[in-house]
Write a protein that binds this ligand. Structure first.
Ligand code: NAD
Ligand code: UFG
Length: 349
């Protein structure tokens, strides 16, 4: 298949590109580089042993998208482009609705015009809001507590309406739980600009000495050790889920929401312990008050992915932490060699 991968040079997109290219799909990366760099395409090429096509463009540019769909004779789109920081979305809601919702409308218009009606969309467990029961299956009620989550929910609902309006659409909304880890070569991974919002990149930077101490947001939750429980999933398992979803859509029309999680939850303290084990470094942490908007526990019922896609996550917590640590060390080495650190950080993202 010829696949357009929006957000293709981003953290998750780059790993999806590797998996799809290794399955002999033709992958075209489409990204405006607002949170990634062009050299990621070269690194994907290095891993898969052939050059990876890249188009610099914004998903809100419908005409340009349409041209790309036509020029590369695209059969299906995997749509990951968007903004993803919960806190930032509260401060900048218009940017989030513009990039995520308006951007998706623009993509759908371009796809419709070119009669490309197969779409895998990167949704999130955030659409479940405050969990009402655990593990969370796809029938769990949806809600949103911030503009980021609401943008994902709006998109899912739009896609549902579209599939009802026209039976030719084949759409999968993949609801990711907590993606972590990096490619085994350490050529790809998550290297956030500025202070990381998420736990695992923060732990990695404390292990490497980039940051002094991790704040543990609350140890008084009703969980085994009082800290938050999450379903961490290796980014390569997640990427493989996209390939299987594309395959599923070949014969299955309509709108499908599917969890991608392991079903296994780990606490913040367990994540720290595992990272200490793989890195051999002590992770300094201090317990702080709960972070606003956090839930005590969130983990998936992943049966639907197993039944529909034949997908299950296979990589362990140790794989997640060791690949993150390997990638972090590579970033540190590169940064140390680079005389102009800010540009260097940017180049590695
Ligand atoms: P990322 O920021 O690394 O990748 C997103 C990519 O989209 C970036 O390369 C960015 O440059 C690009 N982009 C943003 N706006 C664009 C636009 N208007 N036009 C073209 N390109 C644009 O983020 P990621 O972690 O790889 O996330 C990918 C997707 O997965 C996002 O939609 C995110 O909401 C979703 N998701 C991520 C997580 C997570 O924890 N990382 C969890 C659930 C869902
Ligand atoms: N945590 C800390 N210290 C930190 C960062 C996080 O203790 O510095 C804790 C949180 O309180 C939480 C756990 O670590 O208990 C995980 O937090 P993350 O920020 O890594 O992940 P979240 O579960 O809050 O959210 C992530 C994405 C969301 C997405 C959600 C579900 O950031 O965008 O997973 O997919 F919606």
């Amino acid at each position: 298949m010829n696949i357009l991968l929006t957000g293709g040079t981003g953290y998750i997109g780059s790993h999806v590109a590797v998996v799809l290219s290794e399955m002999s799909h033709r992958v075209v990366l489409y990204d405006n580089l607002s949170n990634s760099v062009r050299t990621v395409a070269d690194r994907i090429g290095e891993i898969v042993g052939k050059s990876c096509e890249f188009v610099r463009g914004d998903i809100r540019d419908t005409d340009f998208l349409q041209k790309a769909l036509r020029e590369y004779e695209i059969d299906a789109v995997v749509h990951l482009a968007g903004l993803k920081a919960v806190g930032e979305s509260v401060d900048k809601p218009i940017e989030y609705y513009s990039n995520n919702v308006q951007g998706t409308i623009s993509l759908l218009e371009a796809m419709k015009a070119e009669d490309v009606k197969r779409l895998v969309f990167s949704s999130s467990a955030t659409v479940y809001g405050q969990p009402q029961y655990l593990p969370i299956d796809e029938s769990h009620p949806t809600s949103a507590t911030n503009p980021y989550g609401r943008s994902k929910l709006h998109i899912e609902e739009m896609l549902g309406d579209l599939a009802i309006s026209d039976p030719d659409w084949h759409v999968a909304c993949l609801r990711y739980f907590n993606p972590v880890g990096a490619h085994e070569t350490a050529l790809l991974g998550e290297n956030p600009s500025g202070k990381p919002n998420n736990l695992v990149p923060f732990i990695a930077q404390v292990a490497s000495g980039t940051r002094a101490v991790l704040s543990v947001f609350g140890d008084d939750y009703d969980t085994s050790d009082g800290t938050g429980l999450r379903d961490y999933i290796h980014v390569m398992d997640l990427a493989e889920g996209h390939a299987l979803a594309l395959q599923f859509l070949v014969d299955n029309a309509g709108w499908h929401a599917i969890n991608l999680g392991t079903g296994q939850a780990y606490s913040v303290l367990e994540m720290i312990k595992s990272f200490e084990h793989v890195s051999g470094r002590k992770i300094a942490f201090e317990v702080m008050p709960r972070r606003s908007g956090d839930v005590a526990a969130c983990y998936a019922d992943a049966e639907k992915a197993r039944n529909l896609l034949g997908w299950t996550a296979t990589r362990t917590l140790e794989n997640m932490c060791s690949s993150t640590w390997h990638f972090q060390q590579t970033v540190d080495k590169y940064t140390a060699q680079c005389p102009k650190q800010p540009e260097c950080d940017k180049a590695r993202r």
